[in-house]
Design a binder for this molecule. Structure first.
Ligand code: ATP
Ligand code: MG
Length: 228
């Protein structure tokens, strides 16, 4: 009895820690967004208002040009923030086309190729959002840490599950040894939210990194609203 009680208590404690970590992760994410809005949009709005203050005292054409310039970069900044908050058009466009857009946007930074195997079918919106986020986070890490030139995304449907593999040809990393930040934690909690399983691997004779995810197809998603 005593042993069972201790086990039960340990499990409860574990769950509490997980929940706490989750909340902390969300807080951290919100902080990032707040900083982005502050730096990207707030600062530019301040500059704009300075220009507006000067409107009747200085050369109008120059001021107009500056305001237009600021406006269009504000629009870009707002779009960037809203995309990083939520993949707004994903539901109507579908994961594959949406990832293609991401690939095009990043083409000046890294060469990404996506292979979608024959028979692949559009997934539940919850799964597609999670997969998009995971691809985005993995790609950010590759650009930030790996010095890779290429990144590959592979997706295939099997009868019982879907497999997605994301790999790069950078310097790779030892999963056990690196200090995990928001990126890896978020990737893993998203994988968990789909009841999926995963593996991190080194590739190419210890060069490059790879993430393999297997998502069960017949799945109820009880916590649909929690991760996003
Ligand atoms: N594709 C990769 N290639 C090489 N190293 C990687 C790669 N992905 C992750 N890492 C290593 O794993 C560490 C943890 O990654 P993680 O995304 O969790 O945190 P971060 O990128 O350092 O910070 P954050 O994502 O919170 O902004 C990184 O600091 C880096 O050392
Ligand atoms: Mg990261």
């Amino acid at each position: 009895m005593k042993e069972k009680n201790a086990q039960y208590e340990a499990e409860v404690l574990h769950q509490k820690r997980l929940a706490l970590e989750n909340i902390k992760a969300q807080e951290e994410e919100r902080k990032k967004i707040a900083v982005m809005i502050h730096d990207d949009i707030g600062n530019r709005l301040n500059i704009l208002s300075l220009w507006l203050n000067n409107l009747d005292t200085q050369g109008d054409e120059l001021i107009k040009k500056n305001i237009y310039g600021q406006m269009s970069s504000l629009i870009d900044a707002a779009r960037g923030i809203s995309h990083s908050l939520y993949p707004v058009n994903l539901e109507s466009v579908g994961l594959v086309l949406y990832v293609e857009e991401l690939i095009a946007n990043l083409s000046h930074k890294i060469n990404i190729s996506m292979q979608v195997m024959h028979g692949y079918e559009k997934k539940d919106i919850f799964v597609e959002v999670q997969l998009y986020r995971i691809i985005q986070e993995f790609t950010t890490n590759v650009i930030k840490h790996s010095t890779a030139t290429d990144l590959w995304i592979y997706m295939k449907d099997y009868a019982e599950n879907m497999v997605i593999v994301i790999s790069d040809n950078g310097q790779g990393f030892e999963y056990e040894e690196v200090e995990k930040g928001m990126g890896i934690k978020n990737i893993e909690s998203r994988i968990k939210s789909m009841n999926a399983t995963h593996k991190w691997k080194k590739t190419f004779l210890n060069k490059g990194s790879r993430l393999i995810i297997k998502i069960p197809k017949h799945n109820e998603f009880p916590n649909q609203n929690s991760p996003d």
